[in-house]
Design a protein around this ligand. Structure first.
Ligand code: ADP
Ligand code: 5SP
Length: 472
C-alpha cells in the first residue's frame, strides 16, 4: 500500500484535513469541520474540530500514514496553566481589544526599536500585545499562566505530546526574532511581568515526535509529527513559492506575501518580517477584512454566493460611483483597529444591489492591491501573483483582481494550499527531503484594461486617505 501523509490547516473559520499520497502528491481525501465564529475561542474547540475532520477524512482507518503536520492561524494567544488547561479563551489574530496595549508598546520604544528587536510593529494581532492585555485585564488568569503557545503548537502538543513550535509562527509572536532565531524573553518580562515556558523552536524539517496512540499512532513505526507552521508560511511551502512570485490569500484575512532569502525590513512597520517554513523569510502584509466582506454583503442582499457573483458582474464596472472601504471588523493594514466600513457616493441612482455587490468585491481587491504596492515599495520582486484561500473561489473577485493589481493572476487548482503545505512538511520530515509534487494552475487571468476598475481604484485611494486623516 503506498505511503500517505496528513496535512492539517486549523484556520480561523474551520479545520481542514487532507490525506496525500507521499509519492505523487495526489490528494486522496479531504474533510473540513467548522470553528465557531468570534475572535476569542476556547482552544479545546479546535481539538474537537480536528477530531471531527480527522475522522471524516478517514485517517483513523489508514495504516499507511507516515507523517502528520499542523498549520494554523497565526498569532492566537493560547495560555495554559500547570495542568495544561487554558486559563482564558485564546484571543485570535483578528481580536482588536488589545489595540491600546499595542499602541503603548510603540510609544514606549519607538517603531525602529521594534523593527530591530522582532521585525514586526506592535499591532493588536501580536501575541505579546494580547498577553499584555491579559495581564492588565485578567490578572488572576495571567498569574496562572504556565505555558504560552500558538494555535498550531497546541494541536501539535495534543498529537504527539511535545511542546514545540517552528520559526514561521514564532516570528509572529512579538517575542521572537527570525533574524537571529532567538526568543526575546525580556519583552515578556516587560509586558507580561513573567516569562512563561515557551515551546522549543524546531527547524522546518525536524521531527517533533511520534503520533500518539490516541490519534491512531501505534505499531512499530507510528507516523512522525512535524514542527508545523503558521498558515501563510505553510501556503508558501505548499505552493513551493519561487522568487518573483507573490501569494495573495483571501480567507478571513487577506494576506500578501513572498519568500525571500534575506530578512526584509520595512521601517514603516507595515510589512511584518516573518520567517517562512523552509529556513528563509516571509515578508507579509495582512488585512482583517477579506472573504467575509463579500459574504456579509451577500447576506445583506439576501443573495447566495452565485447570485452575489451575478450581481457584482452585471452593473457598471466602476460600481456606478459607489465606493466601499472594507473595514467591517476594524483594520490592521492600514493599522486602524477602531475603523468601521465606509460606503461613499450614495445617490438614488447609484444605490443598487448590483453596485453594492460590486463595490464590496472591488473594496477587497483594492485593499489587497494597496498591500501589494507596499511590498513593491520595499523592493520585493513582484512578477506574478498566485491567488489562494476560500475567497479565491469567487468568480467576481477573480475577474476584477488583475485590473486592480495591474498584474496577471494565476489561480492554482487546489484551494487548500495551507493544508497541502503542512502535508508537504510532513513528507519532508518523514523522508528527509521535500517531495516533488506538481503545482497545477487552474486559470491564468490577465488585465483587460477595464477603465471602470481604474476609476474605482482612484476613488478608493482618495476615500481611504480621507478616512485615515479623520481617524489619526
Ligand atoms: N465563492 C465564494 N465567494 C466569496 N467567498 C467565498 C466563496 N467560497 C468561499 N468563500 C469564503 O471563504 C472563506 C473561507 O476561506 P478560508 O480560506 O477557508 O478561510 P480561513 O482560512 O480564514 O478559515 C469563507 O468566508 C467563505 O464564505
Ligand atoms: O494574522 C494573520 C497573518 O499575520 C492571518 O493571516 C492569520 O494567520 C489567519 O489566517 P486565515 O485563517 O484568515 O487564513
Amino acid at each position: 500500500m503506498p505511503a500517505t501523509v496528513v496535512g492539517i490547516d486549523s484556520s480561523t473559520q474551520s479545520c481542514k484535513v487532507v490525506v496525500v499520497e507521499l509519492e505523487s502528491g495526489e490528494v486522496l481525501s479531504t474533510a473540513t469541520a467548522p470553528h465557531p465564529d468570534g475572535t476569542s475561542v476556547d482552544p479545546r474547540v479546535w481539538l474537537e474540530a480536528l477530531r471531527n475532520a480527522w475522522r471524516a477524512a478517514g485517517v483513523p482507518e489508514r495504516s499507511d500514514v507516515v507523517g502528520v503536520s499542523v498549520a494554523g492561524q497565526q498569532h492566537g494567544m493560547v495560555a495554559v496553566d500547570a495542568q495544561g488547561e487554558p486559563v482564558h479563551d485564546a484571543l485570535l489574530w483578528n481580536d482588536v481589544r488589545n489595540a491600546p496595549q499595542a499602541a503603548r508598546m510603540v510609544t514606549d520604544h519607538g517603531l525602529d526599536w521594534w523593527m530591530e528587536a522582532v521585525n514586526m510593529a506592535p499591532i493588536s494581532s501580536m501575541t505579546l500585545a494580547k498577553l499584555a492585555w491579559l495581564r492588565e485585564n485578567e490578572p488572576e488568569a495571567a498569574a496562572r499562566v504556565h505555558r504560552v503557545m500558538l494555535p498550531h503548537d497546541w494541536l501539535t502538543l495534543h498529537l504527539c505530546g511535545e511542546f514545540v513550535t517552528d520559526r514561521s509562527d514564532a516570528s509572529g509572536t512579538g517575542y521572537f526574532n527570525a533574524t537571529d532565531n532567538r526568543y526575546r524573553p525580556e519583552l515578556l518580562e516587560e509586558y507580561f511581568d513573567a516569562v512563561p515556558e515557551l515551546p522549543r523552536v524546531l527547524e522546518a524539517h525536524e521531527t517533533a515526535g511520534s503520533l500518539s496512540s490516541k490519534w491512531g499512532g501505534s505499531g512499530e513505526t507510528p507516523a512522525v509529527v512535524g514542527a508545523g507552521a503558521g498558515d501563510n508560511a505553510a501556503a508558501a511551502l505548499g505552493l513551493n513559492l519561487e522568487p518573483g512570485e507573490v501569494t495573495i490569500s483571501v480567507g478571513t484575512s487577506g494576506t500578501v506575501f513572498a519568500c525571500s532569502a534575506e530578512p526584509t525590513i520595512d521601517r514603516s512597520g507595515v510589512t511584518a518580517g516573518f520567517a517562512d517554513a523552509t529556513g528563509q523569510h516571509l515578508p507579509l502584509l495582512c488585512t482583517i477584512n477579506a472573504a467575509r466582506v463579500m459574504t456579509t454583503t451577500a447576506e445583506t442582499l439576501g443573495a447566495d454566493l452565485d447570485e452575489f457573483t451575478r450581481l457584482a458582474s452585471s452593473g457598471p464596472s466602476d460600481a456606478g460611483g459607489l465606493t466601499m472601504l472594507p473595514y467591517f471588523d476594524g483594520e490592521r493594514t492600514p493599522n486602524l483597529p477602531e475603523a468601521t466600513g465606509r460606503l461613499d457616493g450614495l445617490t438614488r441612482a447609484s444605490f443598487t444591489r448590483e453596485n453594492l455587490a460590486r463595490s464590496a468585491v472591488l473594496a477587497v481587491a483594492n485593499s489587497l492591491a494597496d498591500c501589494l504596492d507596499i511590498l513593491r515599495d520595499i523592493h520585493v520582486d513582484v512578477e506574478r501573483v498566485l491567488l489562494i484561500g476560500g475567497g479565491a473561489k469567487s468568480d467576481a473577485l477573480r475577474s476584477v483582481l488583475p485590473d486592480t493589481l495591474g498584474l496577471a493572476v494565476s489561480v492554482p487548482r487546489s484551494w487548500e494550499y495551507v493544508a497541502l503545505g503542512a502535508a508537504r512538511q510532513a513528507a519532508w520530515v518523514a523522508t528527509g527531503q521535500q517531495p516533488e509534487w506538481p503545482r497545477v494552475i487552474y486559470s491564468e487571468l490577465e488585465p483587460t484594461g477595464d477603465a471602470g476598475i481604474g476609476e474605482f481604484r482612484e476613488r478608493y485611494g482618495a476615500l481611504r486617505r480621507r478616512y485615515e486623516e479623520q481617524l489619526r
